[in-house]
Ligand binder design. Structure first.
Ligand code: G3I
Length: 393
């Protein structure tokens, strides 16, 4: 059912007020260790509501998804959200939590499991926000994608600026993976073990501290350590710009064959799929997923959003929304067309919390719902596509 639209200024103002009231609590929650932190009010209230929720509601995305298919979203918190005039969305926005529980059966931690967040100082792990996501997912019968263990970005200063020997660095990564993956063992369906390790030419990224300091062999160790810590989790490579056949996706194609030949537990390959109507739809997405599936891998779309160049005034035209819906539909169809693609995640579902306008100021409206949770054509494109394959896949 569509909601009556709240005027944006009033909506923003109420969020800012909420943020001012809630900010000290958010800081306390972030700083507190797992055992000591109080449960935020929003968490308690949405837990109560979860008990009466119908996860088979046909007016949602999860309710029309084929059996065994994960339709997911990133869980807003940390990262760019920390700079916005609102409180941490996952911890404090009850409506957001409710829509997320109703619509999705898979969740990805947008920032809450990244190094700078979960391991902010060398001897302290801040598990509270990640624990809260995993708990909420269990309450709402959702699976979780873990994101991420070996990346060049969002690493804490103590790590990037520390003067560690190779041996120490290796042990730091081993300990981190063992602790983080081990803590959620059995409760994470897929882990993005290695994120964005290649540049657009298919070369290892120099900025990646692990690869730069320890050599590319460390990637195989990261997969081995993750597998030891949770043998049930499916372990993925994840990257953007690998939707098509190109130098970067070719580099993964080569590397994964080498690793699997060596017995390294690599289970999946995932194009993030941050798309823009400016560049056209990657028409070879399905064929590209298929070549990885043919290697025996699981595949997934992990971070889909579709940016639009907004006209003056900031509202997309009907034609732009229709084009965006077409991109969402085609991305989902590409995944559904590949037997091993059973997980499809969008990088946030409401424009209110999207990273896109923060990184791309003249672009936006990239998600499937407005700031007021009004469904866009893109939402219906996903829903109709899921419905059309239900019972046939
Ligand atoms: O680290 C700086 C800090 O030093 C500085 O003081 C502060 C003030 O501006 O900014 C901090 O950087 C922020 C960063 O998160 C770390 O918290 C950025 O501004 C902020 O924009 C950034 O946002 C996150 C981004 O990853 C970082 O790359 C987004 O919330 C998150 O949605 C986004 O997610 C990534 C996936 O993990 C990987 N794939 C691409 C995707 C979109 O970028």
């Amino acid at each position: 059912m569509r909601r009556a639209r709240t005027p944006r200024t009033a909506f923003r103002a109420s969020r800012i007020t909420t943020a001012l009231v809630a900010a000290p609590l958010a800081v306390a929650a972030l700083a507190a260790p797992a055992t000591a932190a109080p449960a935020p009010a929003a968490e308690e209230r949405s837990t109560q509501r979860a008990e009466g929720r119908n996860h088979h509601d046909r007016d949602t995305l999860r309710g029309v998804a084929p059996k065994g298919f994960s339709i997911g979203t990133a869980v807003a918190g940390g990262g760019h959200h920390a700079e916005q005039p609102y409180a941490d969305p996952f911890a404090y926005d009850v409506e957001y939590r409710d829509v997320m529980a109703r619509q999705f059966n898979s969740l990805s931690a947008e920032n809450q499991m990244k190094w700078e967040y979960i391991h902010p100082t060398r001897d302290f792990y801040n598990f509270y926000p990640a624990d809260a996501i995993v708990r909420y997912a269990q309450e709402n019968r959702q699976v979780v994608r873990g994101h991420t263990l070996l990346w060049h970005s969002q690493n804490p200063a103590w790590l990037e600026e520390g003067d560690f020997s190779d041996e120490e660095l290796r042990e730091i990564l081993h300990e981190h993976i063992t602790k983080v993956v081990g803590r959620y063992a059995g409760r994470i369906q897929q882990w993005d073990v290695a994120n964005e390790i290649f540049d657009e030419n298919g070369e290892y990224r120099e900025e990646n501290i692990w690869i730069r300091e320890l050599g590319p062999e460390i990637v195989a160790d990261a997969f081995r350590w993750a597998h030891e810590a949770d043998p049930r989790a499916k372990l993925f490579f994840n990257d953007y710009g690998v939707e098509s056949f190109n130098a970067k996706s070719d580099a993964y194609y080569e590397l994964i064959q080498e690793l699997t030949a060596d017995g390294v537990p690599v289970h999946g390959f995932a194009p993030q799929s941050h798309l823009s109507t400016r560049y056209g739809f990657p028409g070879d997405l399905e064929a590209n997923l298929q070549r990885f599936a043919d290697l025996g891998l699981e595949t997934a779309i992990t971070e889909l959003d579709v940016r639009i160049d907004l006209p003056e005034g900031g509202e997309p035209t009907a034609a732009q929304q229709a084009q965006q819906a077409d991109y969402y539909r085609r991305a989902l169809e590409a995944c559904l067309g590949v037997d091993t693609c059973n997980s499809f995640t969008i990088w946030g579902f409401t424009d209110e919390y999207s990273w896109v306008p923060v990184f791309f100021p003249s672009e936006g409206s990239a998600t499937v719902m407005t700031e007021d949770y009004e469904r866009k054509p893109a939402y219906y494109a996903l829903q109709d596509t899921l419905r059309s394959v239900r019972g046939k896949r």
